[in-house]
Design a protein around this ligand. Structure first.
Ligand code: NDP
Ligand code: OXD
Length: 310
């Protein structure tokens, strides 16, 4: 059986050790090849990064599934040449990374750490910050990553309210949905975390009207996708003091163009899409398990509903 890796040039050395090892421990004898090494019709599984050169899946007539290396699938769900099942990445290492990014940036703003880190005038500011239990957080998106971040933040006593497309029953965590629920979640949130996929329904979700629902000075952390927020509306809300700070990891165009106002805005922190990388050591186990399932005729893990868009 042949698995082909269509990813970035750095992915090949990163997966060359862990992927064969994970396949072997799942009891699968698979040959892993790079593009061009075998005829497309001989390929059984495609391990895929949407940034790779493969955009036309038509020649891969024997492929049983496309296993995405990324959690986000917005660059592939609309590809009409892809007729096989598409699975997205749910990787324990990636999740751990996202929990660390979200927790770190939440604590930065919650504790107002910047005032001590950047203090050129040596101001002796002893202002007492509220406790985490007094700092409501909105988690927009209660999927794999939103739920994991919620667990970490609630362990630190932050009161987290979730928002998702469908209702959820999570002990101790209110999860709202629909437009009314979104208004309710945003109206009480001092910190908002956006962990939603990019779909036609979520694009510009945080627009001027909804940003106006936030308590004045609320902070936004966006590790989800750039288009979840209307850039112009966010800049206006920052300038007006309606939003106190935005820490953004993802953008409409990446890398963020040098002239984009986010780079120089004093109330914006840009991180370069590094919130949570897929980790080859743990992700290889997920890929191997899905190949095992494919070969055993069992349902794939994390199969994308392409009509829904995630
Ligand atoms: P999941 O698919 O597990 O969760 C998505 C969540 O969004 C679900 O709770 C879903 O609701 C909710 N959702 C989707 N559409 C809507 C809608 N229209 N209205 C309300 N809620 C909606 O995804 P993950 O948690 O694994 O990942 C989330 C996103 O994080 C990814 O799509 C990707 O864009 C981003 N990401 C960013 C990374 C980075 O490094 N910056 C790394 C990895 C991911 P429901 O539960 O009802 O289905
Ligand atoms: C992902 C990402 O979707 O890195 O995995 O953003």
């Amino acid at each position: 059986m042949t698995t082909i890796l269509f990813a970035s040039p750095t992915d090949w050395p990163a997966y060359a050790g862990p992927l064969p090892a994970a396949l072997a421990s799942a009891g699968i004898g698979a040959r892993i090849v790079q593009p061009g090494e075998v005829a497309p019709e001989a390929v059984d599984y495609i391990v895929y990064a949407p940034s790779s050169s493969l955009q036309d899946f038509t020649p891969y007539t024997g492929a049983k599934a496309v296993l995405n290396l990324w959690a986000g699938v917005e660059r592939i769900t609309g590809n009409t040449t892809l007729t096989q099942p598409l699975c997205r990445m749910v990787d324990p290492g990636l999740t751990e990374g996202m929990v660390e990014w979200v927790t770190g940036h939440t604590l930065r703003h919650h504790l107002n750490l910047d005032r001590h880190i950047v203090n050129p005038s040596h101001v002796w500011d002893q202002t007492c910050t509220p406790l985490a239990r007094e700092r409501p957080v909105a988690m927009l998106g209660m999927g794999e990553l939103g739920r994991a971040c919620t667990r970490a933040l609630t362990a630190l006593n932050f009161p987290v309210t979730g928002w998702s497309r469908t209702p959820k029953d999570i002990p101790g965590i209110p999860v709202l949905h629909d437009e009314d629920g979104l208004e309710q979640v945003l109206r009480q949130a001092e910190i908002v975390v956006t962990l939603l996929p990019k779909t036609p329904e979520t694009e510009n979700l945080l627009d001027a009207r909804r940003l106006g629902w936030l308590p004045r000075g609320a902070v936004i952390l966006n590790p989800g996708r750039g288009p979840l927020i209307d850039d112009e509306a966010l800049l206006a809300a920052l300038d007006a003091g309606q939003v106190g700070h935005a820490t953004l990891d993802v953008f409409r165009i990446e890398p963020l163009p040098a002239a984009h106002p986010f780079w120089s805005h004093p109330k914006v922190t840009v991180t370069p899409h590094i919130a949570a990388d897929t980790r080859p050591s743990s992700a290889s186990n997920v890929i191997a398990e899905n190949i095992r399932r494919g070969e055993a005729g069992e349902p794939f893990l994390h199969q994308v509903d392409r009509a829904r868009g995630y």
